[in-house]
Design a protein around this ligand. Sequence first.
Ligand SMILES: [Zn+2]
Ligand SMILES: [Zn+2]
Length: 266
Amino acid sequence: MLIDSHAHLEMAEFKRDLEEVIQRAKESGVGYIFTVGTEKKDWRRALEIALSHSSIYAILGVHPHNAKEIDEQTYPVLRELCRHEKVRAYGEIGLDFFRNLSPRDVQLKRFREQIMLAKELRLPIVVHDREAHQETLEVLKSEKAKECGGIIHCFSGDYRMATECIDMGFYISIPGSITFKNAIEFQEIVKRLPLDSLLLETDAPFLTPVPFRGKRNEPSYVRYTAQKVAELKKVSLEKVAHVTTENALRVYRLNRGSPSSMMDLP
Ligand SMILES: [Zn+2]
Ligand SMILES: [Zn+2]
């Protein structure tokens, strides 16, 4: 079994054929998918998808792109939605100093606030860091993110950053870009990191792995990422699947085979 620890099934890219996408994931051995609602318009949709599929869970929060949209209603709504047992983490939160869709000072402030909220909700956090490695590390340390732990998704930092995050109780999540020809540096880092600190993700519909690069990504493609990690670490695909699955179940606090609830939305 494989787990896609991070996808965006509520996005418009999946509107037409979501059920087929989920079916293909099942047929490819993807046991669980964690779908991430990154802004207000997507939270309920993400939770609804999770509620109507036993193999899907939700992660909710405000993406750094949307940090400037946070108002006085945001946290009360998230507080309510995140109490649902199908929500297994808080995120994705963090810093994106590449696109800068929200001002940097606003991103920093909202990142800190949301770490506090995640701790209050007793959820691990899913961290988005793009071209803000040093600042991300500083916030994680000063806000004592060790207390909630979580995942650095689509990891793009260096080896030293990875080990610092692992020391703080975080997992490093590997996206499909590990399969790209020019990902040499990233591949070298993954070779050196312990398998028991790694998760696999698609970040679908983005970051499609080879051989489908350029097309829409979907959870069934997480196997290409798994294959690449197996090749880099010179272990079997089964081993990568087994260990990364155990890691994901641990960080998201899921017991294998636990029945998922079909409760109504809060
Ligand atoms: Zn992200
Ligand atoms: Zn994402």
